[in-house]
Design a protein around this ligand. Structure first.
Ligand code: MG
Length: 403
């Protein structure tokens, strides 16, 4: 095949799972009959901006070009708007970049993990989420996860921001938002993990996500106080603006640290990796521009003893999730993979989605990313137009919290 060109770039907006999982799926078509690729461009909070960026800018930019030259296309897409780096453009670029790797695998008749060196493991260790309104509820939820075969469980008390959120509300004249008390984490979270270790023993690996909802010095204190409970990792202790504080945490305790889901530029995490200040990279692959930068980051991390733990919440599309699993299979410094239950509609809409059995994720052996997409079904599940509000968090006095 001497001549091969990108002939069309399609964008599909869909929401097979409610609430809050609005997906952006990109399909790149080529001049070779039947040869196409799928990519994830899901920035669930700004789907229409990504849609426009692909339809009006990045799509027309790549049409007519050779889909085999992935590196050159990625670099070109990044600089074509002159100003670069940002969640809208990076997701748009990711949608095309993942599709190009899917095409590359189909051309080679290999799964993407084979393109990247072959499998380091037959399956990928997953962690899932458990939560509850009391220590006992969380412990029961962890036990149910263990009965399903999971040996790694993220444990949260009181939902996204903590138990106090349920009875906190705006003060007189205060604005709407999710009110929370950051100080509660300093006492309740260590007590939760003391309870979980006493109840569950050492057979299960425990994880916790702070969601950047602590003042920096309180983050240092929490990491120290959790050290006796031997977490697999403690995630998102600090906002991206406060990363210099990781030095203080590292110098005071050996709690393993995971970080990176709010980063946009693929080099943003370099100081944390090169400084050996974190243990797991939690970058969201579509947010940094796709598989091409993720491969480079994984290899950079390997040189510094940092393992991968790509961010895969429910609003990562199944295409993006499949890309992460292929990376997990091929990268020697894989650490763990976040994985949630997918709804029936999502499973049906994306045939080939990697499957979990006994806490391990298995990819199929089909070429490329190994995943398909039912466009007609997707059209029957349009995204809702409500913008998400959980991002607006406020302190008890009404001050906006910047995660
Ligand atoms: Mg997180």
């Amino acid at each position: 095949m001497s001549e091969l060109k990108i002939t069309d770039v399609q964008v599909h907006l869909t929401q097979p799972t409610s609430p809050a999982c609005r997906l952006v799926i990109v399909k790149v078509l080529t001049s070779e009959a039947g040869l196409y690729g799928l990519g994830c461009a899901t920035y669930t909070q700004r789907i229409h901006a990504v849609d426009a960026a692909i339809r009006r800018h990045i799509g027309p930019f790549v049409i007519g070009k050779d889909p085999r030259n992935i590196e050159d296309l990625w670099q070109s897409m990044m600089v074509s708007a002159y100003w670069r780096n940002g969640p809208v453009m990076n997701n748009a670029i990711s949608g095309i970049d993942m599709a190009l790797w899917d095409i590359k695998g189909k051309l080679a008749d290999m799964p993407c993990y084979d393109l990247w060196g072959g499998r380091c493991r037959p399956a990928v260790t997953a962690y899932t989420h458990a939560g509850g309104r009391s220590f006992e509820e969380v412990a029961d939820h962890v036990r149910r996860c263990m009965e399903r075969g999971y040996r790694h469980v993220r444990c949260q008390l009181g939902g996204y921001v903590g138990l106090d959120a349920a009875h906190l509300g705006p003060p007189e004249g205060g604005q709407a938002g999710v009110y929370f008390n950051p100080k509660e984490k300093l006492t309740r979270v260590p007590a939760l993990f003391e309870h979980l270790r006493a109840e569950l023993g050492d057979e299960v690996e425990l994880l916790h996500d702070v969601h950047e909802r602590l003042a920096p010095i309180d983050a240092v204190a929490l990491a120290k106080s959790l050290e006796p409970y031997r977490l697999f990792f403690l995630e998102d202790l600090l906002a991206p603006e406060d990363i210099d504080w990781f030095q203080n945490i590292r110098s005071q305790c050996a709690t393993p640290i995971a970080m990176g889901e709010l980063f946009n530029h693929p080099r943003e995490i370099t100081p944390l990796v090169a400084g050996r200040l974190i243990d797991f990279i939690r970058v969201h692959i579509s947010q940094i521009g796709g598989i091409t930068p993720a491969l480079k980051l994984a290899h950079l991390c390997d040189a510094f003893g940092v393992r991968t733990a790509w961010h895969v919440p429910g609003d990562t599309s199944p295409v993006g999730a499949a890309a992460c699993v292929h990376l997990d299979l091929a990268m020697h410094n894989f650490g763990i993979q976040e994985w949630g239950r997918r709804g029936e509609a999502e499973e049906e809409m994306f045939p080939g989605l990697p499957q979990v059995r006994e806490g391990m994720i298995y990819a199929n052996q089909r070429a490329g990313l190994g995943i398909c997409f039912d466009e007609e079904m997707a059209a029957e599940f349009p995204p809702d137009e409500r913008d998400l509000d959980w991002t607006i968090a406020r302190l008890p006095d009404g001050t906006l919290w910047r995660p």
